[in-house]
Design a binder for this molecule. Structure first.
Ligand SMILES: Cc1cc2nc3c(=O)[nH]c(=O)nc-3n(C[C@H](O)[C@H](O)[C@H](O)COP(=O)(O)OP(=O)(O)OC[C@H]3O[C@@H](n4cnc5c(N)ncnc54)[C@H](O)[C@@H]3O)c2cc1C
Length: 432
């Protein structure tokens, strides 16, 4: 017997679960189908879950600012209990290190994000372990100039109070699953979608690896780093103007240096001078990731089910040594610690939240390593988009606009269109 629903969502990561919750609020019956055993076990489970408002575009800043209030008001936003408990938001504040920050100050001002410009004495009062060097340009430790003493100093940093991190990305996703189920949403785990069924140029449902079929007139691709494979199943991959690919990324964890509890006193920090980000991590540790500088090799993955999940000494050294340039008292552990997972990267590192050329098939993909923080807003955007388009709205002609529930900012869904020219003001990195 076929299962029937209004909307099938392929994926139960943070994007798929948030979309289910928001569609449920509109009265749609949804089924999330995920091949893994539980929600948030795909790339979301590996997320650093950092929440920050600095992006390279006005639209990026506006969406992240709207997203921030969802984390701040997590319990109220969800409106349900979870027997596993609710994930928690640590509102640490954020710091941007780098002298070239004029564009960012303009964007933050335009959107009305609170910020303070600190001189380096103020920074060192808060984080005395930081060196105040400008470490640019980003290099790898193998570069013969890597260990040279930098000659330039940083002048200032930007502090944004509306930053922090969620303490458990998998629990966040489970919380969203509970919220979606409370609205009538259903979840099928250990179920792989192997066919997107079409008839007369329209979606009619999906088929699963075990032979089951699920019928629905609408299917959403929220398959994370598998998004390009699902687009292939839908037969639209060759027609995508902007494509998505899976990129391997490592994050590493090191203990705070002795005498300073970064875990409780650190900020979510982007160091633009050596292209790293770092944030406090449970147990007085520091989590460090890379902002994808040109000197780092890009490991594009053809098969997202098979890639090296172990951290490599080479990349660990690059990221941890860069952090040690900023924190000279950092002890370098004997053994690498961290994880490797995949980003679902679009051509301009800005997501695709859109309908597609196949009637009834929608895209919530290309999250490019930077959309955990936006997921509740993305869920709402997708729900509005699907609801409008299924009721005859021509989003391609007149892109939908969404008013932020918390900030009141108008978010332009056309920014995320599959038909756009590449956003040349993007950072073309995880910064977005
Ligand atoms: C290491 C790392 C650090 C990050 N740090 C941050 C950060 O600090 N801040 C931030 O905002 N963002 C961050 N991100 C990005 C953020 O985590 C992602 O943008 C987000 O989690 C993507 O969610 P998703 O639901 O699209 O993908 P996923 O969580 O990967 O979910 C997709 C799901 O689809 C399922 N699926 C795929 N194909 C099929 C199929 N055919 N049938 C059934 N199921 C299928 C998969 O099993 C998976 O569970 C980070 C990402 C990584 C990897």
């Amino acid at each position: 017997m076929n299962i029937t629903t209004d909307i099938i969502i392929i994926g139960a990561g943070i994007i798929g679960t948030a979309t289910a919750f928001e569609l449920g609020k509109k009265g749609y019956k949804t089924i999330n189908i995920d091949k893994l055993p539980a929600a948030g076990q795909g790339s979301t489970g590996s997320s650093s879950a950092g929440i920050r408002t600095h992006y390279s575009t006005r639209d990026g800043v506006a969406m992240a600012y709207e997203g921030y209030f969802h984390w701040k008001n997590w319990e109220e936003y969800l409106g349900v209990a979870d027997e596993r408990g609710l994930a928690g938001f640590k509102n640490t504040g954020g710091l941007v290190l780098g002298n070239e920050s004029e564009n960012l100050l303009n964007l933050l001002s335009k959107v009305g994000v609170e910020f303070e410009v600190w001189d380096m004495d103020q920074v060192k009062q808060k984080i005395p372990i930081y060196a105040d060097f400008d470490l640019s340009p980003p290099r790898r430790p193998a570069d013969e100039t890597f260990f040279d003493r930098p000659s330039r100093k940083l002048n200032r940093a930007i502090y944004t109070p509306s930053s922090g991190y969620m303490n458990d990305p998998q629990l966040v996703t489970h919380n969203l699953q509970m919220a979606a189920e409370a609205k009538g949403g259903r979840f099928m785990f250990k179920s792989q979608v192997t066919e997107i069924r079409r008839s007369g140029g329209k979606i009619v449902g999906v088929a699963l690896k075990d032979g089951q079929r699920v019928d629905a007139p609408v299917v959403v691709n929220a398959a994370g780093p598998h998004s390009f494979i699902v687009n292939d199943l839908a037969g639209i991959q060759d027609r995508m103007k902007i494509k998505t690919r899976a990129l391997r990324h490592e994050v590493h964890v090191v203990p705070s240096p002795q005498g300073f509890d970064f875990g409780n006193n650190g900020y979510v920090t982007s160091d633009f001078t050596n292209a790293t980000y770092h944030l406090p991590e449970v147990g007085n540790n520091i989590l460090v990731g890379s902002q994808d500088p040109a000197c780092d090799p890009k490991i594009w993955i053809e098969d997202p089910d098979h890639f090296n999940r172990q951290v490599t000494t080479d990349q660990w050294r690059a990221q941890v040594y860069r952090l040690a340039q900023r924190i000279p008292s950092l002890g370098i552990p004997d053994k690498p610690r961290g994880l490797a997972d995949l980003y679902d990267v679009s051509d301009d590192w800005i997501p695709i939240y859109d309908k597609s050329d196949l009637a009834g098939f929608y895209l919530a993909i290309g999250t490019s390593g930077n959309q955990f923080k936006n997921a509740p807003v993305v869920g709402r955007l997708m729900a509005e988009l699907i609801d409008s388009c299924e009721n005859g709205y021509d989003h391609d002609r007149k892109p939908l606009k969404l008013t932020g529930s918390y900030t009141g900012h108008v978010l332009n869904a056309g920014f995320y269109s599959r038909l756009r020219e590449l956003h040349t003001d993007s950072s073309f990195s995880v910064v977005g």
